[in-house]
Design a protein around this ligand. Sequence first.
Ligand SMILES: NC(=O)c1ccc[n+]([C@@H]2O[C@H](COP(=O)([O-])OP(=O)(O)OC[C@H]3O[C@@H](n4cnc5c(N)ncnc54)[C@H](OP(=O)(O)O)[C@@H]3O)[C@@H](O)[C@H]2O)c1
Length: 303
Amino acid sequence: MKLLVTGATGLLGRSLMRELEGYGRFTVIGTAFTRARAPLTRLDLTDAAAVSEYITAVTPDVIVHTAAERRPDVSQKDPEKTIALNVTATGTLASAARKIGAFFLYMSTDYVFDGTAPPYSPESPVNPLNLYGKSKLGGEKAVWDETPDAAVLRVPILYGEVETLEESPVTMIAKTIMEAAAARSRITIEDWAVRYPTHVDEVARVIREIVLRRAAHPEFNGTFHWSALEPYTKYKMAKAMAPFVGVSEEFISSEDGPPLGAPRPKDSHLDCSLLLSLGFENTVTFAESIEGILKPFLTADRW
Ligand SMILES: NC(=O)c1ccc[n+]([C@@H]2O[C@H](COP(=O)([O-])OP(=O)(O)OC[C@H]3O[C@@H](n4cnc5c(N)ncnc54)[C@H](OP(=O)(O)O)[C@@H]3O)[C@@H](O)[C@H]2O)c1
């Protein structure tokens, strides 16, 4: 089976490439944009003609579309660029997939919900609060406009092996508290929005299992949710990470109330019972995995 991953240089895409290649039974091809290096193909997904030509030439059996503008504050400031990638390019890819009979799996977000009535099942009413959430929901609609025979996988805030601490909002918290402690100043961290930080390696495994399930059951399609089980605010993530980065809790204070910037849902907890009922398992916890992710960024004197 030939699998194509878009966004192969991204936080999730890198993990997904490792997972799919490591499985040993797929031919895996990746595309990316500014960070694309061989063997990845550089393909601007907003170039519709280039995308159609590429998909027709490569003819994958499955396309996993992870590429997106996923930063809510950046999206809010540049709606045109965000919509071109998150909505229009998703429609172009889904259309190209339909034409060659490829199974299309689109990565979406818990930010399609407004966070007022958790937990959310795949059928719960959507009501995104910010441009990013609206654009990802627009991407979902673009998929369903092309074909009902596809999959949408919604996930919450992701963390995993990062190239820089700034790459993920989760590891960015660690950087913030380390800098505050180095300057001997207190830092206030938001304790309002409830999030479910989910490891990209687990999402990658779930995607592989969806692909295999689809291969065994050609009618397997629809919207799915996957999330870690433990609730954390950014403040609680900071407290959990503090010992691993050598920061005393005395430097960290909590702040109630929504964060500044693009509006965020208060609690968009995803109900994953559908995939759990099919035997998919939660195996990774934040408390156990975050230390290994932070370790490469610690200076020797912190150990
Ligand atoms: N990260 C989260 O917390 C989170 C939470 C919920 C849902 N999601 C969803 O999960 C998916 C993966 O997120 P992520 O965190 O892995 O994203 P990411 O790290 O920001 O990676 C984005 C990817 O998109 C590619 N890309 C950007 N513009 C492109 C263009 N014009 N043409 C082609 N490729 C382009 C980037 O390629 P280059 O870097 O090579 O330019 C990169 O590979 C996204 O669909 C996102 O909406 C993420």
